[in-house]
Design a binder for this molecule. Sequence first.
Ligand code: U5P
Length: 236
Amino acid sequence: MDMKELLYEGKAKELYETDDPDTLWVKYKNQATAGNGAKKETIEGKGKLNNQITSLLFEKLKEKGIPSHFIKQLSETEQLIQKVEMFPLEVVVRNVAAGSFSRRLGVEEGKELSFPVLEFYLKKDELNDPIINEDHVKELALAAEGEVVKIKNQALEINQVLLKLFKEMNIRLVDFKLEFGKTSDGSIVLADEISPDTCRLWDLDTNDRLDKDVFRKDLGDIIPLYQEVLTRLNQL
Ligand code: U5P
């Protein structure tokens, strides 16, 4: 498989075409951003940690029957993925109150939620990715009604698998963001990444943050934390 032209460059990854029209080559970058790009830094070593963590998690999810765009890890910073048409949605699943949920609704950070709360956000940088509901998804034709049902079911199923995995790693899975895409045959699969950039992960004993909130809030170096997540994942 050969890498061809750069197709897309996002905040954390570059996507390249390959000689197979159904396959893309992903390179994880060392860039960290927060507040829709307002805070931006290069953090040596972040790309390879997120690539390895995402690859392992997508493999574990596959073992549990959850389809994704992931094909294989190529190197420390690279993956091969299936080319999919992305839904312009961010799907957030919350098990514990934190972040924008706590701020917006006045719920104390750390409060266990009575059921997994699912939210949709519109992926649109110019609008700062606003929170939207299912009527908005329908009105803006972001996904068909049947697709929304499938996306929600998959997100909740992924939550169950990840809750168990992270518990085995002595980590509390507070919340996380997922993205989904549609393959050429119309099936809906998990896409993008699952890493400490896209999850809130708290150590079960100490409540120490092992995720990007440490960067967002200027609380220290994220590399040892992401490394700790990878080490625990490798021990499973
Ligand atoms: N999140 C992302 N990307 C975003 C916004 C949020 O991955 O652009 C993740 C956060 O890391 C957190 C969850 O795990 O979604 C909810 O974030 P928030 O709405 O509480 O900020």
